[in-house]
Design a protein around this ligand. Structure first.
Ligand code: HEC
Ligand SMILES: [Cu+2]
Length: 365
């Protein structure tokens, strides 16, 4: 076998993708193929998300066109001027210096101006959307909610806004409740590190940087539950910092608002009353507010979800556990570190404590 055939073989083999590479690549591709994914930003379900999608689609096709042209030229060049052994074909032979070229003014001007024009075209459509998505709605036109990002959950405060039936402020966590078909104007802050608020079907991401105040708009066309998550790495339980947006029709919105403005009744007898006492004795009230009963938290306490209406929600602890499953909440009280890095630190509770605390928490509707 001559030296030439050996090199040619090696060249051929490199042009074919390895089977393991094909397997991994198709796995990655197929993983993106869910038809009914709850966090699919390509299936917008609100006006702001749709505005983004309407921008994304044409720009995506422009990018595809650029990709095909550029990659096409590269592949063309690779194939046309590939090494074909020491043949007399104008291509440099092994060990030979290829012909040296120095600049091509027309080409260089072309490939500078063309991308600039493409980007300018894209900007014409993008810039107005940037302004649209950052516009502050007029007072009373949108439901206002103050959002707090904390390791590893989201808190929501609704200031009084009679236009939306809220006359006495509402505080809740993890689940953001909104009226469907209405604009919602969020004011976001972080108490610790950078988080990013993201409900993909309702709008894009908004980073929340500590020490700064950010705003973001949301709107859901229809009543429903929209899932989302923190989209900026914020610590060990970043992946466990999920959220839910619950959009209501007019009737269920009014009912929710009314429920949330009622103070829970303090239990006076039975297991729940025991739990009520334990809530203070075991230090829970040092971190958690229950309106009307435990209003002051310790000065050095980490931010913790308001529990006044805990059982009005379906999920807890960054929406990773199901609140309708008693075992989940009991497991949480037994060991809040089951969520890695959780800022909830409690001493060991007995099973009797847990039963009593559960009985009390259940009254917080
Ligand atoms: C040191 C502060 C601290 C103490 C003490 C504490 N918690 Fe927590 N608690 C937290 C934090 C922080 C979270 C949110 C954790 C997360 O989601 O990452 C939390 C979450 C919860 C939740 C879930 C609420 C939701 O909507 O996500 C419940 C219920 C709860 N705690 C009950 C208790 C009870 C009962 C006690 C007393 C035995 C207690 N906590 C003591 C800080 C505390
Ligand atoms: Cu986060």
């Amino acid at each position: 076998m001559s030296a030439t055939t050996v090199t040619r073989r090696r060249h051929r083999r490199r042009l074919l993708p390895r089977p393991w590479f094909l397997a991994v690549a198709s796995l990655v591709l197929l993983a993106g193929c869910a038809s009914d994914a709850p966090q699919d930003m390509l299936q917008p379900e609100g006006s702001f998300a749709r505005t983004l999608d309407n921008l994304f689609n044409p720009i995506f096709w422009v990018a595809v066109l650029v990709f095909v042209v550029v990659e096409g030229l590269i592949v063309y060049a690779i194939v046309k001027w590939r090494y074909r052994g020491d043949a007399d074909d104008g291509v440099a032979d092994a060990g030979e210096m290829p012909a040296q070229l120095h600049g091509n003014t027309r080409l260089e001007i072309g490939w500078t101006i063309l991308p600039a024009l493409v980007l300018a075209g894209v900007a014409v459509f993008t810039v107005p959307v940037v302004f649209e998505l950052n516009a502050e709605p007029a007072k009373g036109e949108a439901l206002e909610v103050d959002v707090t990002g904390a390791q590893f959950w989201w808190g929501y405060e609704y200031p009084s806004q009679p236009d939306f039936g809220i006359t006495d402020g509402i505080v809740t966590a993890n689940e953001l409740h909104i009226p469907a078909g209405q604009r919602v104007y969020l004011t976001l802050r972080s108490v610790d590190v950078i988080h990013s608020f993201w409900a993909p079907k309702l709008n894009g991401k908004r980073d929340v940087v500590p020490g700064r105040v950010h705003n973001w708009l949301l709107e859901a066309d229809e009543p429903g539950v929209y899932s989302g998550q923190c989209a900026e790495f914020c610590g060990v339980s970043h992946a466990n910092m999920r959220l839910k947006v619950v959009a209501h029709d007019a009737t269920s919105w009014d009912a929710w608002v009314e429920d949330m403005q009622e103070e829970p009744v303090e239990p006076v007898s039975g297991l729940a009353a025991e739990g009520f006492e334990l809530f203070q004795q075991r230090g829970c009230s040092g971190c958690h507010v229950v309106e009307g009963a435990y209003d002051e938290v310790a000065e050095d306490a980490p931010a913790a979800p308001d529990l006044t209406h805990l059982f009005s929600r379906d999920c807890f602890a960054g929406c990773i556990y199901d609140l309708n499953d008693r075992n989940e909440l009991e497991a949480w009280l037994r060991d809040p570190q089951r969520k890695a890095g959780s800022k909830m630190v409690v001493g060991q509770l007995t099973e009797a404590d847990i039963d009593a605390l559960y009985a009390y928490l259940e009254t917080l509707e």
